[in-house]
Ligand binder design. Structure first.
Ligand SMILES: *Cc1c(COP(=O)(O)O)cnc(C)c1O
Length: 346
């Protein structure tokens, strides 16, 4: 396993964070007069800059997930977190990342945006990582391996043994994107964070937690990694409205778990109903809140569904996903609409 400090870009190692007004004065001080940040002093609930360290949100997450606060970093969606990770470890025009298609599209976009090369190693037919090929293709400049588990768009989780081998043998940072972990029966890798200094886990409030609109992504890693990401993140990256709403809704744990239960029940109902659609040839197993299906002609069916007022995701251009549509599990009535539309199509 490589040393995290050795993997960092030299310029990042040398970087000193911008120190904001709120960073420089942090004692607890309800009765202080704040004349340090050029804010408008008249209180409307959002006239003050947000807490750059999002302490309240992290307190709630910390007790919810059993992870200490200094192992948590928050971003404007996981997309910001993933971007920070690429920028911390990958030197433009020199380093590369490894991704395993078919997978989440943002890894490639973020690499391209940062002038970082991409090595692709396809998943197997059952959408598992090809460990030997990944380790073969890795070179001294392969700084990050992105594992999306459960994977989007295939819907399955990667086998623990394979992931563990990669964590031990890949000589760079391993990012496990767990955006869908709350829909899975597999354990999160969070429980094993301490074992692997090169492990970064990302999660999000956008899927199971029902907060895609507030943009809050979460990153869990060693204190060393978190402190570097903290140095390079924009100082006020999580706004006041997002922080307040996240704290409020994260505390409603029963609501979220009821919604997840309902989505899981609907998922299995949907999967059994899809079996009776004659032109669907394959329904892939799902550890997520979506189902990947292979049909006779994905683009034709996609367009027909739109005419019926149902929008799904056409994944047919993705490797190993020829003629596949990705169907998000909706409310019970939305799923009836989907099945009714699918049944009607000629
Ligand atoms: C939806 C999704 C995310 C979430 O991104 P946010 O920016 O947090 O909304 C991350 N990773 C994967 C694989 C996803 O499908």
């Amino acid at each position: 396993m490589a040393n995290v400090q050795d993997l960092l870009r030299p310029s990042i190692k040398a970087l000193k964070a911008y120190s904001s007004a709120r960073d420089e004065f942090q004692e607890d001080t309800s009765d202080m007069v704040f004349l340090d940040a050029n804010e408008n002093p008249f209180n409307n609930g959002i006239n003050r800059y947000p807490d750059p360290q999002q302490n309240e949100v992290k307190d709630v997450l910390s007790s919810l997930k059993g992870v200490r606060k200094n192992h948590i970093l928050l971003g404007n969606g996981s997309d910001e977190v993933l971007d920070l990770i690429v920028r911390a470890f990958c030197e433009p025009n020199q380093d590369n990342i490894i991704i395993l298609p078919p997978t989440y599209g943002m890894y490639e976009v973020l690499a391209n945006l940062n002038a970082v090369a991409i090595k692709k190693v396809l998943l197997t037919e059952t959408f598992q990582p090809q460990v030997d090929q990944i380790l073969d293709v890795a070179d001294a400049n392969s700084k990050i391996l992105f594992l999306c588990s459960p994977n989007n768009p295939s819907g399955n989780s990667f086998n623990d043994n394979e992931v563990e081998t990669l964590l031990k043998k890949f000589e760079g940072i391993v990012v496990i994107d767990e955006a869908y972990i709350d829909f899975s029966n597999q354990d999160s890798w969070l429980g094993r964070l301490e074992e692997f200094p090169n492990l970064i886990i990302t999660q999000t409030l956008s899927k199971a937690y029902g907060m895609a609109g507030i943009r809050l992504g979460i990153c869990y890693a060693s204190e060393a990694i978190i402190s570097v990401l903290n140095t390079i993140k924009p100082p006020y990256n999580i706004n006041v409205l997002t922080q307040n709403k996240a704290v409020e809704l994260l505390k409603q744990t029963e609501l979220v778990s009821d919604e997840i239960d309902s989505i899981l029940i609907e998922r299995s109902k949907l999967m059994s109903e899809l079996k009776s659609i004659s032109y669907i040839n394959k329904i892939y197993p799902s550890d997520t809140n979506f189902v990947l299906v292979k049909l006779d002609d994905a683009t034709k069916r996609y367009n027909q569904l739109i005419k019926e007022g149902v929008v799904v995701r056409n994944r047919t251009t993705q490797p190993l996903c020829e003629n596949c549509l990705r169907l998000t599990v909706g409310t019970p009535s939305e799923n009836i609409t989907l099945i009714t539309a699918l049944t009607k199509l000629q």
